[in-house]
Design a protein around this ligand. Sequence first.
Ligand SMILES: *Cc1c(COP(=O)(O)O)cnc(C)c1O
Length: 479
Amino acid sequence: MKLVFELSKEDRYNSMLPEIDVPVAELPEELSRKQALRLPEVAQIDMSRHYTNLADNSFGVNNGFYPLGSCTMKYNPKINDEMASLPGFANIHPLQPAATVQGAMEAFYQAEQLLSEITGMDAMTFQPAAGAQGELTGIMLIKAYHESRGDTARNKIIVPDSAHGTNPATASMVDYKTINLPSKANGRVDLDKLREAVGEDTAGLMLTNPNTVGLFEHDIIEITKIVHDAGGLCYYDGANLNAVMGTVRPGDMGFDVVHLNIHKTFSTPHGGGGPGSGPIGCKEFLMPFLPKYRVVKTDSGFAFETADKTIGSVKSFYGHFLIVVRALTYILTLGKEGIPEASRTAVLNANYMRHQLKDIYDVAYDGFCMHEFVLTLEKMKKDTGVTALDVAKGLLDNGMHPPTMYFPDVVKEALMIEPTETESKETLDYAIDVFKKIHQAAYDTPDAVKEAPVNTLIRRVDETTAARHPILTYRFDED
Ligand SMILES: *Cc1c(COP(=O)(O)O)cnc(C)c1O
């Protein structure tokens, strides 16, 4: 498929403007372009075909099953987009006077109320653009809090070994050292190791619950108590909230700060379909440090407020507002009954798949899982040479997106499966059959499995080169 730049023909217009009938004003020299802006010049029909072809060659939740563990690839109801397209939300500008955008501000206010209720927090900021930036913002709050008390010897963040890579990355971004906490054989936090790890240098703990292998931390109250008793704060990585929303709340588990991945749990688009949104919630004592522009309700309407010891802005203006509108729509559509039911169904779907696969594949951890579970293909690899990557490629041939691979690091040859609540039993049964079929093929015809995918437009790509030398911009001939 050609790039849009390759379709470009000089002077091919999409629209024609009438002759100018007013004097032409010259731009000041320092503001004018030194070189023509090289935009692709294509007709509307070529443009339309180009994007339609791109969509046809992509795979998303609207194409098929997408059990990408930890990413919660649920269906995004179209009503979310409809609400975000309302002119009062879509056609406003961040610099407009507050009096002219009271409805939009109320949407922020309402989203904050509802998400605070769901997480058990006292306030939220919507500035962070994704989970990772939410983590950064949250740990900056924790640091600002310790510093405001002159408690500056605290420079370590404790992170379990199964954590998402963004957790230790966040800690190092704010100049904290990461203490890696080994998990117990059952995949959960080792309380004795945690007691050994905490001390006067503990700034905080970053924890995902249910954790990244899909297990709920039974000792969660004890975990947060150990950290608090040592003077540290507790950060909840809320990426897995889809397992527990409306049932248990991070605030009640003892956490002080939480980030949400709106684009995971609250049904707004991911990645290329984004942008994302990673609001954070905090307890009252951290509110003075929140980023700028929190919406508050006053006697004369909604207003933006800046906390007195704010850490500043982490993103321009108010974050990705229209994504917040989509999430608010989702919450209001599901309501108080629908929110916990979505989570219960997500957990049920994961357990159904785990149960159907557990006698054929090795499940990494015994017992019930939450919204996702991890397979370990170590034995299959030893027996047949077929790896987790090969199985993932085989799924592509069957119209499925692969699960998350080789994560978390603590599980060898990992495939992490998260079906989400929006898939039907028929879809789950189809996926289970495909997994079984590939398992059989691995033992019967391993070489054929290693050839997969054979039905896709592009077959195996050189992933190392793609990661090490990505070509992300078009090079014009002249360059
Ligand atoms: C997805 C995820 C993140 C990062 O969130 P982004 O929105 O992708 O930046 C952090 N932690 C966990 C456990 C996640 O699954």
